[in-house]
Ligand binder design. Sequence first.
Ligand SMILES: *Cc1c(COP(=O)(O)O)cnc(C)c1O
Length: 373
Amino acid sequence: MIDTKASAAIPILDLKQQYVAIQDEINTAIQGVLESTQFVLGPAVNELERRVAAYCECQHGVGVASGTDALRLSLAALEIGPGDEVITTPFTFVATANTISHSGAKPVFVDIEPGTYNLDPAAVEDAITPRTKAIMPVHLYGQSAEMDTIMDVAERYGLKIIEDCAQAIGARYKGKRLGSIGHIGCLSFFPSKNLGAYGDAGMVVTNDEGLAEKIDVLRRQGGHKKYYHEVLGFNSRLDTLQAAILNVKLNYLEQWNEGRRTVAHRYNDLLSDMPVVTPYESPDSHHVYHQYTIRSPQRDELASHLKEHGVSTMIYYPIPLHHQQLYAEMSALHFPNAELAGREVLSLPIFPELTERDQEFIADTIRGFFDGR
Ligand SMILES: *Cc1c(COP(=O)(O)O)cnc(C)c1O
């Protein structure tokens, strides 16, 4: 017999349980930084850079202030700016595209594949012009874009690839870690990401030593040496407290990502006979389920029904970027797969600690919606 009421509201994400489980280690790490007083680019940053780069199967890691800055500094290091075009998806978080706009280049959107919600490689090739400098694939919800085809297009046209791995740390494509396939991989450690700091933080990973060095210089006001500035830089360093926290949390990332996969596969079973589309997992991908996203033409009603029963959900993302006010000049464009996804997707609660009982309750609540209960 399944309860008709959840024992308590079920949040989309519960960061408290995770903190409580590793509280002593975290508090010790924070205390260590406070006592060292090396708050900016202290030793924990370098340690994290080495460890995250190794985890992502890359030679270099450069810690920056956020995932957004990882993208922004990558574009700057690749010298992408006014007059250039960068091809990306409209079905993503705004930072993917607004960093391109901030660089002075133009984001050129192309449609997504309906199964993975990621860039459609055929559409990418059709959008290439003489101004195209780079492609920015996003590995949405924790699953890889179709990288072989995208890399092939990039090689044929001499384009750079900036992977937006903000949602996909630890995921793989044909055995390779995301971030190690393109020229640069951008990670976010925003608190809700699979590896989350306790504030903003991000990192660039790459196998290109020259690019790593450029980003290292860009993040500290454009100079190798203090008060000597060679290029137009930024102030964008990953702070030591966040690095110390992340060094503790990185030890658990594999276990947490596996926990997310277990939760996702359990949802697949629980929802298998219901009229919703469960996530497609490509055989080429090791998906890390940053989000567990279903779709239904009755998405809004289903979300309200879940809310009435104490289950939080989110819509990532309701308005594709080409229809945002920010990009009003693109409002006449149509990307049917992205637009339909925006109307139909619904992300359910997912975090490694989500219990089987709560998942059963969520599934039963969804069943109740379709049964008119
Ligand atoms: C979170 C996110 C970002 C930005 O990361 P921040 O650390 O929040 O700046 C960029 N792209 C995608 C796809 C994201 O999910």
